[in-house]
Each structure stands twice: as structure tokens, then as C-alpha cells.
Design a protein around this ligand. Structure first.
Ligand code: ZN
Length: 160
């Protein structure tokens, strides 16, 4: 069976960034399970997997535009330390989940200088070309329920 829209797909993968550093991998975990064609995974990887079958291996380089997007400098802001509350210990690299709106979902602290804290709302992989080493483990039809929920059930997917 070939990968196409609304197939439930399981893959083993290793993701390497521009610098050649492994930033994510399924090694040591369940394969990643997702539904093809509905944006569960980044667009570039969906495109590369289309038409592939179980047992296929591929190595693809995905441009930032088809990955986590280009970096947006307007998402980098400097705020006063007091915004975070007096009791909070701040460190470079800390991440915060923000509450809704149209802004970024996760911001991270990239610099602290005295009273000034620089935060960055870009995805950590924004602007990076992504190299994926992928092995297709399984391809099957997604159930109506899975398509309705927008995710795969069972191992590597949602358990509920
Ligand atoms: Zn579900």
C-alpha cells in the first residue's frame, strides 16, 4: 500500500539540522505515527513521503519554507525582567508556553542583560534546512474515527 492522503503511516526517522547535529529521532521510541495529508507533519516531509510504501528508505533535505518556516525577526523582543515576576529564576534557553492569541505558542529566552531579557518566538528550527533519514514502517488506511480526530490511535499515536 502506498502513502496517500488519509493513510495512517508509521516511520522511523532521524532529523539533522544545518550544522549536522541530530535534533530529533525516533530511535529508542515507538515509530512516529501520523495521518498523511492533513498537516500532522511538516509539508516538505509529507511531499517526500507521498507514494512511498512500507520498507522504503529515503533521505530528504527540506528547505525552511517547507519545514518550520523562515525566521521572523519581529518575533524577537526585548522585555523588562519584571514581566516574568520577581521570584522567577531566569536562564538563557528557558522556554515558556504563551496563552493563545495570534502570537507564537512557545517563546524562549535567548539573552539576559541586567534588566533586559530578550525572548524569541521563532520555532527553534525556523530558518534551518532539515535533513530527514526516514524508513517507512507501516502504511494502512486510517479509520473514520482517526480521520475525525485528526490523529492516529494506538502505538506511536494517541492512547485514549
Ligand atoms: Zn483520537
Amino acid at each position: 500500500m502506498q502513502i496517500a492522503k488519509h493513510k495512517a503511516v508509521s516511520i522511523n526517522y532521524t532529523l539533522t539540522n544545518d550544522a549536522g547535529t541530530v535534533v530529533d529521532t525516533s530511535e529508542g521510541r515507538e515509530p512516529l505515527a501520523f495521518i498523511q495529508g492533513i498537516g500532522n507533519i511538516i509539508p516538505g516531509l509529507e511531499k517526500a513521503l507521498d507514494g512511498k510504501a512500507a520498507g522504503d528508505q529515503l533521505n530528504v533535505i527540506i528547505a525552511p519554507e517547507d519545514g518550520y518556516g523562515l525566521r521572523n525577526d519581529s518575533l524577537v523582543q526585548t522585555v523588562k525582567r519584571e514581566v516574568f515576576g520577581e521570584d522567577m529564576e531566569l536562564e538563557v534557553g528557558m522556554c515558556f508556553r504563551t496563552s493563545g492569541g495570534n502570537g507564537p505558542e512557545v517563546i524562549s529566552i535567548t539573552q539576559i542583560e541586567g534588566d533586559q531579557v530578550t525572548v524569541d518566538g521563532n520555532h527553534p528550527l525556523a530558518g534551518e534546512a532539515l535533513t530527514f533519514d526516514v524508513e517507512v514502517v507501516e502504511v494502512r488506511d486510517a479509520s473514520e474515527e482517526e480521520i475525525g480526530h485528526g490523529h492516529v490511535h494506538g502505538p506511536g499515536g494517541h492512547e485514549h
